[in-house]
Design a protein around this ligand. Structure first.
Ligand code: COI
Length: 347
């Protein structure tokens, strides 16, 4: 297909709000009688569902977020596609939903991207965000696992999710997820439940919140929609260890795996908020940032805890910028892909 046929002629690739605009096409597949149908790629369209469809009632909705980049050699790279497929299946399992076959996820996304390849423009600050999701569609009001589902994928142009360093507040009232809950799953409910505390924090002038553990409200879990990482003493990359209440972030994982190449040691361990505040109070250099597919690396400027503000290290020589540049260079093929993360579309 001629590339210009698929690009909306009036789209301004410089100025747009993330997540409002989709590309021209979407993917759809249905699960019925214990099996997934083959996928269909169609122009983006509204879908019609019964008001009894179970996704409206009991929260069986799971999603992923991954990105496609235009590489320096002109090819399209879907970054860590296989890791995202594995993670959506872990989320689906937790939410009692059927797994997606590898071919449906991987092949379907590749075909969709080929169809809308003109939306993957050559600009290192730009990516095409890929949003696969599964919803329960069986018509039934009894509380049960649905027997019918819809898998869809939409694509949306993206630049930086956050445009400036973040002022974050440590949330001491609400919690995001408890051990044994569904915090490690990318299900809609986790995000829905985070909105009220985030809105409250915004009213107080903060951009995001840091979640603490549900039991003791002592240990850091995540920051808003991102994992949280710290760089201590300029060379120690420290982040909360994973548990079933923390999302197993793929950007987090990429950074931990790249850290050695930038001279960082890695510590995955419980990180108490007291430790971080104490270090800053002692005059130590503490870098803090959120990491996620959408957020990539989003520097944190201040951490507010119990009414006191703690300023992190953000100067131009901060290690987080080196990590961000390295990740970006691997994704667009400027540095070698030692970990086999790049999934190139054959043109
Ligand atoms: C992602 O980083 O892909 C997420 O799921 C965050 C979302 C709020 C855009």
């Amino acid at each position: 297909m001629n590339q210009t046929e698929t690009r909306r002629p009036d789209f301004d690739f410089e100025n747009f709000t993330f997540g409002v605009q989709s590309t021209d096409h979407m993917l759809m597949a249905a699960y019925q009688k214990g099996a997934w149908s083959t996928y269909r790629i169609a122009p983006v369209q509204s879908i019609s569902l019964s008001p009894l469809a179970m996704c409206f009632h009991y929260g069986q909705t799971v999603f992923e977020g991954l990105k496609a980049f235009r590489m320096s050699n002109g090819k399209i790279n879907v970054f860590r596609m296989e890791s995202h497929w594995k993670r959506i299946n872990r989320s689906l399992k937790r939410m009692a939903m059927p797994p997606l076959p590898e071919e449906l996820f991987m092949e379907g996304i590749q075909q969709l991207l080929k169809q809308d390849s003109a939306w993957v423009i050559d600009d290192p600050e730009y990516s095409l965000y890929i949003r696969p999701f599964v919803i329960a569609t069986e018509q039934k009001l009894g509380v049960d696992a649905s027997q019918e589902y819809l898998f869809m994928v939409v694509l949306s142009p993206m630049r930086a999710y956050y445009n400036k360093p973040l002022k974050v507040k440590v949330e001491t009232n609400y919690i995001r997820a408890a051990r044994g809950g569904a915090g490690a799953a990318k299900n809609g409910g986790n995000y829905g439940a985070s909105l009220l505390p985030q809105i409250n924090a915004k009213k107080e002038g903060f951009d995001q919140i840091i979640w603490l553990d549900a039991k003791e409200k002592k240990f850091i879990e995540e920051s808003g929609t991102m994992n949280i990482l710290f760089i201590l003493e300029g060379n120690r990359l420290v982040t909360p260890e994973l548990s079933d209440s923390i999302l197993d972030g793929i950007t987090r994982d990429s950074l931990l795996k790249l850290a050695g190449e930038e001279g960082f040691s890695v510590e995955e361990r419980p990180v108490s908020i007291e430790e971080i505040c104490q270090r800053i109070e002692n005059g130590e250099r503490v870098e803090a940032f959120g990491a996620g597919t959408a957020a990539v690396i989003s520097p944190i400027e201040t951490i507010s805890y119990q009414g006191k503000s703690f300023a992190t290290y953000l100067a131009a020589d901060a290690g987080m910028y080196r990590l961000k540049n390295r990740l970006s260079a691997v994704r667009i093929g400027v540095l070698p892909d030692k970990h086999g993360w790049n999934h190139l579309l054959d043109a």
